[in-house]
Design a protein around this ligand. Sequence first.
Ligand code: PLP
Ligand code: SF4
Length: 353
Amino acid sequence: MQSESIDRDADSDGLEEAAWSHSLRRAIRSRRDLLERLQLSWMADQLAEGAQQQFSTLVTEEFLSRMEPGNPNDPLLLQVLAQGQELDPAPGFGPDPVGELAVSTEGVIRKYEGRALVVTTGACAIHCRYCFRRHYPYEDGPKSLDQWQRVLDRLAEDHSIDELILSGGDPLMLPDARWEELFVRIAKIESIRRVRFHTRLPILIPARITQRLTKLIAESPRPTYVVLHSNHANEWDQGVAEAIGRLRRAGAVLLHQAVLLRGVNDRVEAMVDLHRRLIDLGVLPYYLHQLDPVAGAAHFAVAPEVGLQLMAALRQQLPGYAVPRYVVELAGEPSKVPVDESWVERRNQQPPS
Ligand SMILES: *Cc1c(COP(=O)(O)O)cnc(C)c1O
Ligand code: SF4
């Protein structure tokens, strides 16, 4: 009887994995297909095809299904649509916008006290055009279990690190079998008290939140923090809400980060709706990021003055716990920097670089 039930579990694990990897395989990988599916083929554009060669198109069917056909300004479409203007040089925008290369070794980024961020994979289930790591040299990260063990051994030796941040790319692109192995190894490191995932996958492929994964989280001796990333309320359909429910029941602490993006969420209504949607699902807003000046993303920039107005509206309309911290990441700073009146003033006094 015992072995029969184990077999049945293995079967259902296999089915779950097959479901989400199937989603990945049938994801849309060209700008032309994306536009065709949305009845926007008239937006074909030679320059944009060039931008796509620099950073390819990738978006899942699940995400696409939440876009409005025929709307060239759909806030989800704008996040993934390659644009010719990405190729325009923009002063101050570069390949390493937040100074990560200087603090990165073998896929481990140590920027802030107590926390080590591991770039677990370069893969994602979406290519966000504003991604600050769109030029990151992903080949550096750990791949085999041996390479992982070397990374974990180094973290174990450094007792100043008590939090492990799993980022990427998207850490949930790794299969459950790998996470099962890694959770065991991480749990052996006494000094690591917390594990944090930075992921967008529950939004892109809700089926990625498998029973096997939630069981791992539920049984982990460490609290698991999951920082979700989305930018618009339309990203949160029923399927996503159910995936979030599974994570909640597993006991994960759910936080959220968004990036302030022109045309996507730079209006009061969009910003309020997003944050209200989050708290309705039991997700706590954590960060609202000022756009990192990564080459190719200048058309998404929103002035921090506008961001401050949006923050004021959030404070006015939502419970205090629904108001994220509005921050900017600056190379060489010991933490993310709050965007407030005094920061904006200091910034405006600096000569443009
Ligand atoms: C943002 C970030 C962290 C985590 O910072 P918190 O403010 O604790 O969320 C850690 N490492 C790197 C490299 C980061 O960019
Ligand atoms: S999911 Fe995150 S890492 Fe992946 S492309 Fe989008 S912003 Fe970048």
